[in-house]
Ligand binder design. Sequence first.
Ligand SMILES: Nc1ncnc2c1ncn2[C@@H]1O[C@H](COP(=O)(O)OP(=O)(O)OP(=O)(O)O)[C@@H](O)[C@H]1O
Ligand SMILES: [Mg+2]
Length: 603
Amino acid sequence: MAVLIQITDVHKSYGDQVLLDGAEVTLTDNVKVGFVGRNGTGKSTLLRILLDEEDIESGQVTRHPDLRIGYLRQHDPFQPGESALDFLMRDSQQPDWKCGQVAGQFELKGGYLSGPVSELSGGWQTRVKLAALLLHEPNLLLLDEPTNFLDLRTQLLLEHFLRSFRQACLIVSHDRAFLTATCTHTLDLSRGKLTMYPGKIDAFLEYQKERRDHDIRVNATIVSKQRQLQRFIDKNRAGANTASQARSKQKQLDRLQTSEITADEPTAHIRAPVVQSRQGPAVRCTNLEIGYRFPDGVPLRVATGIDLEIEHGSRTAIVGDNGQGKTTLLRTLVDSLAPLEGDVRWGHHCDIGTYAQHVYTSLPENQRVLDYLEYQAMAGTTDQQILALAGALLFRDSHVKKRISVLSGGERARLCLGGLLLGTHNILVLDEPGNHLDVETTEALADALLDYQGTVIFTAHDRYFMQRVATSVIEVRDGKARNYLGNYDAYLYSINKEILAGERAHKSTPTNTQHVKNSSRDERRSAVRDHRKMRKELSNLERKIARLDEQKRKTNQLLLETADPEEALRLHQEVTATSEALGVAENRWLELQELLSETEPVD
Ligand SMILES: Nc1ncnc2c1ncn2[C@@H]1O[C@H](COP(=O)(O)OP(=O)(O)OP(=O)(O)O)[C@@H](O)[C@H]1O
Ligand SMILES: [Mg+2]
């Protein structure tokens, strides 16, 4: 295990906003670290510091001489007209076969490699950028919100890739599911301090909560002890025989200190416009054909024969891979793109508010936060209302004077949403609203949408958000758009299954398949033997699961009782390890159950 990069006692601020206040962290070559923290705490800034693109006020950043950082940039590194392959060869100085081989890992082949890279959709361009990163053979990958513009399929592909990547990664993300799937460690930035936790994001959040609850309980005990001592001292201070005892109790009292419990960081408060609930279809599409028209009138069809109805009060998620036409469908629905054929008919009095993908990149860079909100507000909105909204969105004090150009990703997204929510729309069309928002703000947005009486049509790649918010799912795929039969979980399951099937097909040899097809009597006998083995493993597993469960319960109990922080950390690590072992055992149990039910031998 080698130390790749170490930062010691680093300080960094912008004006009176302190981002790093004696921050310390060590990154080694064998860990995958999820980097979390609220919007605007300084995560992107820290990445820039690691890349040596940003100055620090004091402290040290020490890099291993062999450090090779691969950094996934948000801006486009492509030149006009070049193909993906041209770009990979130019960027990496590697031969075409090598570039093709690495690109193949991201399913980049054929037209995707030889066609102009600038015409690829966001998800495919990200794949090209990832292939370029790998060709430089980095030993530390820095990814800043890599899933932001990725469809689910590319996201899952990236997960599979990162899991098999053998080097270190530091991944900024607000997407818990993605972090859980890819990272083993968690780095947290809050109030200028970095904390490295040797566990996954959920374990870290649980640990944080348990520590806090524990501190609160310990403090309560200390306060009651303090009161008791104080009473004794007051009563016995003056007595000739008791004064010395009172003095000793006073010393005891002086030693008893409560520990400081940090207040929660403020969370944005998002309130959707109050509108009347309505019945019936909000929008109906009949025989709709969506796409684009070249200047000579020739149509480029993205999807055809769409017959859909979206009910008032529903919250419809539009899902599909990048480039399949989710945004095209949304744009056609909100009339920013004319249908090639067919009809989009909205009900009466539908007032549509739109939050579009990449909207924050087109914000007026030079405007200040407050000016922007004033500009967006309806006539008649008072200054006080605007300031209150800015405050609810966490633009307080000097923050309202910030220029848009210096805002962090999440701050920009918050500002755009703020502008939208100042209106009175009864239909909200939101294209990837959760991009850039931290977990708490996304929750606040989901809460607001659950309270909202109007209709929501949205795309999002955050699975948790989608599961919470969506009441129905429309899938755009292979030139069709249809109401997906089944809920969001069912949809997710089927995609995962396809990816796994692809991997299995890749690994299994043709003779293997033949082998299965021509199953002989011998093989059936061996299948029966295998079954017995599986059943035995299954019952062993059941015992193991019960034992681990009990162990976890006991360790958790000790964790709740201990007052020693080091002991608490050790116990917490033990709980995490037991939970992981439990997870592995439970997964294997499920797998065996499935295998047994699929392959029950006939004789
Ligand atoms: N040049 C600057 N002048 C003033 N403030 C700045 C400047 N650059 C960044 N900031 C502020 O520093 C803070 C940290 O920004 P940074 O982009 O590092 O946040 P982040 O943790 O990556 O947030 P997010 O999760 O939203 O991406 C933000 O509040 C931002 O407004
Ligand atoms: Mg950032």
